[in-house]
Design a protein around this ligand. Structure first.
Ligand code: SF4
Length: 216
């Protein structure tokens, strides 16, 4: 039976801070709860707040904002079956839909026309064992793999994964520093000196509003 509801943490309108869509005015649908516990997580609220919303109710709220871009984020959206249904319905309504996932779930059921931004958890996160490796063969050209790097050790690990699996031939690879732990200039220097086929990404929303602002 098709899932008709989701547990939602918040729906808000802001500037997309991450991915190749960074800078776009976007409606964010943040699902509640996550199956991982990254050491540096900035969205851990204890307990994860959330209210049950019918998918049609979510669509109605999204339509209140005048933008073509919707981002489904978390927490971990794919921990709830309804996320796939929601993405389907948003695509059918004409939205450009991106999904931010922590990379621990298969994307096999996620509509191919959506843009999947898939975290590949580096060792310093404490969650690198969680990676769903099958996603390496399921991505489409518009999708993006993202490594959030907390140290030079993380960077070297990410670089090896990129090279071993030729990730840049599958889709864009993003390298992003953990805010306050790796200086953007250091990550830029590592990318340049290693000739990594990757795109440096900074969290734009933190540059605009600061690291502690919620709902942006
Ligand atoms: S996957 Fe994301 S939401 Fe979940 S613990 Fe890690 S950083 Fe936090």
């Amino acid at each position: 039976m098709e899932a008709v509801a989701l547990k939602i943490n918040e729906i808000f309108y802001s500037i997309q801070g991450e991915s190749l869509l960074a800078g776009k005015p976007t409606v964010f649908v943040r699902t509640a709860s996550c199956n991982l516990k990254c050491r540096w997580c900035d969205t851990q609220q204890t307990p994860w707040q959330g209210k049950r919303m019918e998918i049609d109710e979510i669509l109605t709220e999204v339509k209140n904002y005048q933008t073509d871009y919707v981002c489904i984020t978390g927490g971990e959206p794919l921990a709830q079956k309804g996320s796939v249904v929601l993405i389907d319905k948003l695509l059918a309504s004409g939205y450009v839909v991106s999904l931010e996932t922590n990379g621990s779930f298969s994307i096999k059921d996620v509509p191919r026309a959506s843009i999947k931004v898939i975290d590949l958890k580096c060792p310093d996160s404490g969650e690198s064992e969680s990676i769903a490796w099958e996603n390496f063969s399921l991505v489409a050209k518009q999708d993006q793999f993202k490594f959030v790097v907390a140290s030079k050790g993380d960077f070297d690990w990410a670089l090896k994964i990129c090279e071993d699996y030729k990730l840049n031939e599958k889709c864009t690879v993003l390298f992003s520093p953990v805010y306050g732990q790796v200086k953007p200039a250091d990550l830029a220097a590592w990318i340049l000196s290693s000739h990594a086929k990757a795109t440096l990404q900074l969290q734009l929303h933190k540059e605009i509003w600061g690291p502690d602002e919620k709902g942006v």
